[in-house]
Design a protein around this ligand. Structure first.
Ligand code: CA
Length: 452
């Protein structure tokens, strides 16, 4: 990549490292300023289809995001004027230092200089609601929308080239026997425990017969530290999201064993959720935010908009990354490395509104919330709260507000894209395992590797 200079690469590494390590809440500037073309298109969004009596209770909301492709609908809704179109003229989209920072900021809320809601890995909203990751402080949250699918994957350090570590691990003994051969266990990292990227790498290891709790060392590590470890030979695998895979390949640090698009096609990825007290106080404003995000998701899925999306997101106040870092992921172009064929399929990259089968991506299916809690039970997470499937389903019913998604979609005229069912039905993983939300026990029974 000629446009991807050594200087800009170093700058991205430094920035991303600082972002991961810092606990400072970085306020995103609300005025872009730097990009005139975008300012023009931004101001071109038509004002306002807000019907009389439908005016939102407030025009303000403060929404957190992390600089990864999942956040695109939030950034696009702000920059392209989709929030404003529905009367939400004072939305702040605020970069979070990391997942723990986002969690802490939603607990303190905007009263304390934090956030009202935003982008989450799953099932963080459920865990915050139950006080599990907030020191017992139960803060009810409302899951309102799925932000995206795909855009994540499993990266492996270059030291393991040629060991047939792909979507399937053809020689699991290489990993299981790593300690005996090398004096330390095979080491893998994710960015936040008991959430998406932890689940993706656990599923991937276990499907090939590697027990992530017994055969390897698996832990939460900040991204920059993980990548440095892969470079210097102290870290072996990283469950990560775009744009990190591009960087890892481009900087010749490692290769991609699998994309999440290959592990579980059209899987649920990250979500939009807000404090439930905010939603209850501002139901019309909540729906206005949803309508703006729905339009943003539709806009994001148009291939002809992807170049502008790269231009917007790469700016300093958002990802602060060279455009080349985002162009690959958002065109579905992945160098996989280790002799594997490159992938060039926009449907295998992050998508936002509707999948190629015509199913909604945006709709927060309760069946997917249940999978995240079932997978938590598989690995023995939160045993004192997730005592059985009834307990899990009660948490889903408390947190999931698919009803508001439906109302918002109907009011905005997206009726053709409203799912008929509140479940997406039976899900199938790459290894043939099926998850039937009507019978989650059968799924657990079918899995060979799980916590006792
Ligand atoms: Ca992710």
């Amino acid at each position: 990549m000629s446009t991807f200079s050594h200087l800009s690469r170093r700058k991205f590494i430094v920035t991303a490292g600082a972002t991961a390590a810092g606990a400072v809440l970085l306020k995103g500037c609300s005025q872009p300023g730097a990009n005139t073309a975008s300012n023009n298109t931004s101001s071109a969004a038509a004002p306002s289809p807000v019907a009389a009596g439908d005016a939102p209770e407030t025009t303000k909301a403060t929404l957190g995001y992390l600089p990864i492709v999942e956040s695109a609908p939030l950034i696009v809704a702000k920059e392209k004027g989709f929030f404003a179109k529905y009367g939400m003229t004072d939305v702040q989209v605020v970069k979070q230092a990391n997942w723990a920072g986002a969690r802490d900021n939603v607990v303190i809320g905007t009263q304390g200089g934090g956030i009202d809601g935003g982008q989450w890995q799953m099932p963080m909203p459920h865990l915050i609601t139950e006080g599990i990751i907030t020191n017992g402080n139960k803060l009810p949250m409302a899951v309102l929308m799925q932000l995206n699918t795909h855009g994540n994957g499993i990266a492996i350090a270059n030291a393991h080239q040629g060991k047939q570590i792909g979507l399937k691990i053809n020689d699991p003994e290489y990993i299981k026997g790593f300690q005996a051969a090398n004096g330390r266990r095979f080491k893998a990292a994710f960015t936040f425990p008991n959430a998406n990227q932890d689940f993706w790498i656990r599923y991937w290891f276990a499907a090939s017969g590697v027990d992530p709790d017994k055969d390897i060392e698996l832990m939460a590590v900040p991204p920059a530290e993980t990548v440095q470890g892969m470079r210097n030979g102290t870290m072996d695998a990283f469950s990560t999201g775009d744009p990190w895979p591009y960087r890892i390949l481009n900087d010749k640090i490692g290769f991609m064993s699998a994309l999440t698009a290959e592990i579980w096609q059209n899987h649920p990825e990250e979500y939009f959720a807000m404090r439930a007290d905010w939603v209850e106080a501002n139901p019309k404003a909540t729906k206005a935010l949803l309508k703006g995000l729905m339009e943003a998701q539709q806009w994001c899925d148009q291939p002809e908009n992807r170049e502008e999306m790269v231009n917007i997101a790469s700016r300093r106040q958002y990802f602060n990354a060279p455009k080349a870092v985002l162009t690959g992921p958002w065109s579905g172009t992945y160098e996989m490395g280790d002799g594997k064929a490159a992938i060039n399929d926009i449907n295998k990259g992050s998508r936002y509104w509707k999948d190629p089968n015509g199913n909604s991506i945006s709709y927060p299916y309760k069946s997917h919330d249940l999978w995240f809690l079932t997978e938590s039970m598989r690995w023995g997470f939160h045993k004192n709260v997730l005592t059985d499937f009834d307990a899990a389903k009660k948490i889903v019913d408390r947190v999931n507000r698919e009803d508001l998604w439906r109302e918002a979609a109907k009011e905005a005229g997206f009726t053709a894209d409203i799912p008929k069912e509140t479940s997406r039905g039976v899900e199938t993983f790459f290894d043939g395992i099926k998850f039937d939300p009507e019978n989650p026990q059968a799924y657990l029974d079918s899995l060979k590797i799980k916590a006792a």
